[in-house]
Design a protein around this ligand. Structure first.
Ligand code: ZN
Length: 562
């Protein structure tokens, strides 16, 4: 249940004045000066990566520009206008999210109402978020308005992808580029919010959150928020690792040390331990890559600010960096990257990870002997993977299904199984599907995944393994390479979360259907054949020819010769 009074931290702690905005000084100084000198433009373009504060700055500017008693360009936060904006009661600040609806109606509405005077404020401010998502029609309508904006109107267009905007629009805007936040800017904001809420949290933990958020303030506050609802007023480093599904630096440095020392037994025991604690193999490999990358950066640029913090907090980090050669680290990253890609499509990621780690010991970290044992171990594991991949999904075995012994040279044609999506269902989705819907869905997919992740990290991890292949007006068909991922996505409670996210992002109540990639590819291959035939049958020239001379005399080349 979502409690009504609950508000995400990033909403509650939106900066109310420009001086509270950390990390975007160039932007805020310019905006403040514009207000101070009353040089207000009618259209602004705020561009930059997600979570860099574009919308917050837009709202702040909308308030400051309307403030009845501005102080050096800052809003007073006391007057009627400021209060109206802050409470969201004013009708003169309009926010449009171009991502969730492509804006045709809204922009038309703007065009119709833009001439009307503001109801209570000096300026009507339109904030259009993710403006690059507007349709061409909406862009044209917007352009008409931007060409001759009335005195009392300001547009603030925000986008993560400015290159997707028509130049005609960009050229009419005053542009501001927002940059990713530095680790220290994020940390200082997190510290401020923690103090306000009364959260006890160490600098090390804040630094870890800042690092995970990759320069996005909203993500950083989102993680703090999750950890807060999980752990309460005292948040430990473990809590953060738990809610983000990431691995602690302590674990990663231990693992790398064992790898370096070619201690396979300890390596696999460590892996066991972390997987039992609920992490999945992909998180392990991702964590390893990140840690090694940091080691490499530190070796080559030890003076970087973010690295200095690490050295102080993790004594092991520095000693590891001294023991490993740059070339070793580089090769290890390369190897793990490759395995990470392969793992995505494997039904047995854990065994692949074990192989990857053993190979890492053997081929990358040069010292030590004990080779023959290692190779035997690798061969055994590789055989095991081969067998398992042939047997198909583990779930089927558990259900009492005994896979037939397969001879190696057997033709690759697969037989339908009970877990296939019924053919009639697949056909009906196929017939109703619209490639344009699919394009749009693929565009939105990252943001849908994001939303699912916000609702439930676990479901997002399953869903991430699937790919939309067909979209109709009511259904989205997802193809999976692994039965485990597919079946976990299909669980009613997970399905519900995904369908809710789809509804929120698209405003359409889609139903999801899933299919194995094998079945999908088979179906597609067969269907293309059929389609070719149908097309030939429908060719009007052939039809006409048949009518004219009779069927016997019309020689349809492809069909006869197949
Ligand atoms: Zn004010």
């Amino acid at each position: 249940m979502i409690s009504i009074s609950y508000k995400a931290l990033y909403r509650v702690y939106r900066p109310q004045s420009f001086h509270e905005v950390v990390g975007q000084e160039a932007v805020t100084r310019t905006l403040k000066n514009a207000i101070k000198e009353k040089k207000i433009s009618h259209a602004y373009l705020f561009s930059g990566p997600r979570g860099t504060g574009k919308t917050s700055a837009a709202k702040l500017f909308a308030k400051a520009v309307n403030c009845l008693n501005p102080q050096e360009g800052e809003p007073c936060n006391q007057c009627e206008a400021c209060k109206g904006v802050q409470s969201g009661e004013t009708l003169d600040i309009l926010e449009i999210d171009a991502a969730s609806n492509r804006g045709v109606d809204e922009i038309r509405d703007i065009r119709d109402k833009v001439m009307l005077q503001p109801s209570s404020l000096t300026y009507k401010v339109y904030i259009i978020d993710e403006v690059h998502m507007l349709t061409n029609e909406a862009f044209n309508a917007l352009l008409k308005t931007l060409e001759e904006p009335p005195e009392h109107v300001i547009f603030i267009l925000a986008t993560t992808e400015p290159h997707k905007l028509p130049l005609t629009i960009v050229s009419r805007c005053q542009r501001f580029d927002f940059h990713k936040f530095s680790i220290s800017a994020i940390m200082s904001r997190l510290r401020y919010v923690s103090d306000q809420v009364g959260i006890a949290i160490s600098d090390e933990t804040l630094a870890t959150i800042a690092k995970f958020s990759e320069g996005g303030m909203r993500d950083a506050l989102g993680i703090l928020d999750q950890a807060y609802s999980f752990a309460g007023n005292e948040i430990s480093l473990e809590d953060v690792h738990f809610v983000t599904g990431t691995l602690s630096a302590n674990f990663l440095s231990r693992l790398i040390r064992e790898l370096k020392e070619k201690n396979i037994a300890n390596t696999l025991a460590l892996l066991d331990e972390v997987i039992l604690s609920g992490k999945d193999p992909e998180q392990v490999i991702k964590g390893l890559i990140q840690y090694l990358r940091d080691l490499l950066v530190f070796k080559n640029a030890p003076d970087l600010e973010e690295m200095q913090g690490r050295v102080l907090l993790e004594p092991d980090f520095k000693s590891l960096s001294e023991q490993l050669k740059s070339s070793e680290i580089f090769k290890a990253i390369e190897h793990l990257n490759k395995m990470q890609n392969e793992m995505k499509w494997s039904a047995h990621p854990r065994i692949m990870l074990e192989v990857a780690l053993i190979q890492l010991c053997e081929q990358v970290f040069q010292e030590g002997e004990n080779e023959s044992g290692l190779w035997r171990r690798i061969e055994q594991l590789e055989q095991k993977i081969g067998q398992l991949e042939k047997q198909g999904p583990v779930v089927r075995q558990e259900a009492g299904f005994t896979p037939k012994a397969q001879s190696g040279d057997e033709e690759k044609r697969r037989l339908p199984t009970s877990s296939d999506l019924p053919l009639f269902r697949l056909k009906s989705i196929y017939q109703q599907a619209n490639p344009k819907f699919l394009d749009r869905m693929l565009e939105l997919w990252p943001s849908i995944l994001e939303l699912v992740r916000a609702k439930d990290v676990r479901t997002a991890a399953w869903l991430k393994q699937g790919k939309p292949v067909l979209v109709t007006e009511q259904a989205v068909l997802l193809a999976f390479n692994s039965a485990i991922h597919r079946e976990s996505t299909e669980l009613p409670e997970n399905k519900k979360i995904i369908e809710e996210a789809l509804l929120e992002r698209t405003k359409v109540s889609f139903e999801i259907a899933t299919v194995m990639l094998d079945q999908w590819n088979d179906f597609l291959a067969k269907h293309k054949e059929l389609l070719k035939e149908e097309k030939e049958e429908l060719d009007p020239i052939i039809k006409e020819a048949i009518q004219l001379v009779g069927e016997e005399l019309v020689h349809i080349k492809n069909r006869r010769e197949r």
